[in-house]
Ligand binder design. Structure first.
Ligand code: UDP
Length: 245
């Protein structure tokens, strides 16, 4: 909640890390970085460092969990004990269970689940370092890991949050802004289909502020989508170069 004593935006309108309100943190994305997963991706978004790995589609195990008409998508979001300032217990927390569920639900509409009945696709997300907005960065990386695994998809899913700090709507909140700010609105988008697959809100916003935050988050998603495509292309350029050698 808002702590009026500490300003999160200075007189020049810049944030604690020097960003303008509508600016994303620096983002670096790499695809196909793990040799033993079917698909993988790594994202750095500001101080966030997150790995996503995909296995499948493969025969569902245990069998009674399989679905007769589609694949079962499973997702585990996990924070490493060293990923946050105060050591996190490696055991799954309530928050990690919730995030695993919302990340899975944000990715499901992008996959042709019906192509692989009685199978499962597993997504493993390891947060190595966290600094706010990890659910969104995880969605961005996991969607690329699915594409890298060759799973037929309608679109990539890119995610980004917007929120309110010091009465200003800002893009891509880092941890301090998330904790000390007034609200946080994570959004996931399939850009080509113009379809939102995740919309959450933590905190309080007026209707006008909410609309502004969602629109800003959508702009962030579109910028991240462009970076996702670049990262996928880079993977295939590497394959091409390797084939020449
Ligand atoms: N966090 C933490 N310890 C925890 C869980 C979270 O320090 O056990 C921090 C971490 O930096 C995370 C931030 O709190 O990114 C915000 O967490 P939230 O639940 O809002 O999810 P996120 O913004 O990461 O999607």
């Amino acid at each position: 909640m808002s702590q009026k004593s500490e300003k999160l935006i200075d007189k020049k309108g810049l944030r604690l890390d020097g960003r303008k309100p509508d600016q994303l943190r620096p983002i670096k994305i790499e695809v196909a970085i793990l040799a033993n997963a079917d698909g993988s991706a790594y994202i750095q978004q500001g101080k966030n460092k997150i790995l996503a790995a995909v296995y499948g589609p493969k025969e569902a195990h245990p069998k009674h969990l399989s679905l007769p008409d589609r694949t079962r998508l499973r997702c585990r979001y996990h924070m490493a004990p060293f990923s946050v300032q105060e050591r996190k217990s490696p055991a799954p927390s309530r928050r990690e269970r919730e995030l695993s569920k919302v990340i899975r639900e944000s990715l499901e509409p992008s996959i042709f689940l019906e192509y692989y009945p009685r199978t499962s696709i597993d997504i493993f997300i390891e947060v190595l370092q966290a600094d706010g907005g990890t659910r969104c960065a995880s969605i961005t990386a996991a969607s690329l890991a699915l594409a890298d695994a060759g799973i037929p998809m309608r679109d990539l899913v890119a995610a980004c949050a917007a929120g309110k700090i010091d009465d200003t709507i800002v893009l891509d909140l880092m941890d301090t802004e998330d904790k000390k700010g007034g609200a946080d609105v994570p959004v996931a988008l399939m850009s080509n289909l113009n379809a939102i697959t995740l919309l959450q809100m933590d905190g309080t916003l007026s209707l006008k502020e909410f609309e502004k935050a969602v629109n800003l988050a959508l702009k962030g998603c579109m910028k991240i989508y462009a970076l996702q495509k670049e990262a996928l292309k880079a993977k295939y350029m590497n394959v091409k170069e390797a084939a020449k050698e």
